[in-house]
Design a protein around this ligand. Structure first.
Ligand SMILES: C[S@@+](CC[C@H](N)C(=O)[O-])C[C@H]1O[C@@H](n2cnc3c(N)ncnc32)[C@H](O)[C@@H]1O
Length: 342
């Protein structure tokens, strides 16, 4: 190979490497974890349209987003007013030190104080629920601290006699945390309660996973039939162990940079489809990245949601605006606050 050709090859390989490096840089999340980064928070607060106690009314589909406290009855009524909802989907802080940071949004407090906070927000949820309604609650269990607060929360819920436990769902994460000396922690817990006797749409339970097992013969009209012949679908039901939902990470379209506790859209959509109908009002007391609002917008439900933190309320509104403008469920690794880069 002549030298000129060699040089050209090397420089194009170098250029490709530079390009790759640049692309890698470009896909890095552009915001630090927002609840744990005071300097970024300070700058972002000036871009937030809502202050504590305020509610934004969506002029297009009637959603609402507030900066409110889930434990404060007057705050909850400020956004819901005298309406009632058939479905509350709440993802409160879990009372664990998320990623070893103890922040105000996702921090660890004394267990009794946490249970008092939980009692208050559950009472507030109960008050705005229809006579027949569903309540889903995500909750954690800290194995380094006697699995609190999951069992304590479940016991506390026994006091609410109007709420009946209906199921205990586990969603499996793809990535987990753990050491070589313990089983990897890949689970997220979701408690399901009902008030009265609300309808459940079982069609929402079917996954995209084909049934692979044949058998379970049963005689129908004098003929032996297999389970596959008898069943309503070629695919399996999600049941109460959800293994088919991708955990959100920074390369997924729905990712919201800076949000540490984002839940997958598919999980929220599954609950909405199973436990509500088009046109219904859905309420979520802990908006964070605005997942419930986007699910509602996609599935033709109205959503009233709020967060105690004006930054997450702003992100929730911006996520809806971005979805309407681009059809994308959100920013992937790109910045929800482009003002920061100017
Ligand atoms: C676990 S995250 C919710 C995640 C959400 N489901 C999602 O997919 O993005 C909990 C949120 O609750 C908010 N929060 C904490 N205390 C609150 C309170 N008293 N009232 C309302 N929101 C609160 C935090 O700021 C945080 O954004």
């Amino acid at each position: 190979m002549n030298t000129a050709k060699q040089t050209a090859l090397f420089s194009s390989a170098e250029a490709a490497q530079r390009q790759q490096k640049k692309a890698r840089g470009a896909t890095k999340e552009c915001l630090p974890r927002l609840d744990a980064h005071p300097e970024t928070r300070e700058r972002l607060l000036s871009f937030c349209r809502l202050q504590a106690g305020e509610v934004w009314h969506d002029p297009v589909h009637g959603h609402r987003v507030g900066v409110l406290d889930a434990a404060d009855r007057a705050d909850v009524l400020k956004v819901v007013e005298d309406e009632k909802t058939p479905l509350v989907i709440n993802d409160p802080p879990y009372n664990v030190r998320a990623g070893n940071a103890n922040t105000i949004n996702l921090g660890k407090i004394d267990l009794d104080e946490y249970l008092e906070f939980s009692r208050k927000w559950v009472q507030n949820a109960l008050e705005i629920m229809d006579e027949n309604a569903h309540l889903y609650v995500w909750i954690g269990a800290d194995h380094t601290d006697n699995f609190q607060p999951l069992p304590d929360f479940i016991m506390m819920m026994r006091k609410f006699q109007e709420l009946r436990p209906r199921n205990f769902i586990t969603m499996r994460n793809q990535r987990g945390y753990g050491t070589q000396k313990n089983w990897m922690w890949v689970r997220q817990e979701l408690l399901y309660y009902v008030k009265g006797n609300p309808p459940f749409n079982v069609a929402a339970e079917y996954t995209d996973i084909p049934k692979i097992l044949r058998g379970y013969y049963k005689e129908v009209n004098g003929r032996f039939t297999e389970n596959l012949e008898r069943s309503k679908s070629e695919n399996i039901r999600a049941g109460n162990v959800w293994v088919d939902i991708q955990q959100v990470f920074y390369r997924m379209e729905e990712n919201v940079p800076g949000c540490y506790a984002q839940k997958p859209l598919k999980a929220i959509e599954r609950m909405m489809l199973a436990s509500s109908e088009e046109g219904n009002l859905i309420v979520d007391f802990f908006a964070h990245s605005g997942t419930t609002l986007i699910a509602g917008e996609k599935l033709n439900r109205r959503v009233y949601t709020f967060d105690i933190d004006p930054i997450f309320a702003e992100i929730t509104i911006r996520r809806l605006e971005h979805y309407r403008k681009t059809g994308k469920t959100v920013w992937q690794w790109r910045n929800p606050f482009p003002e920061l880069e100017r």
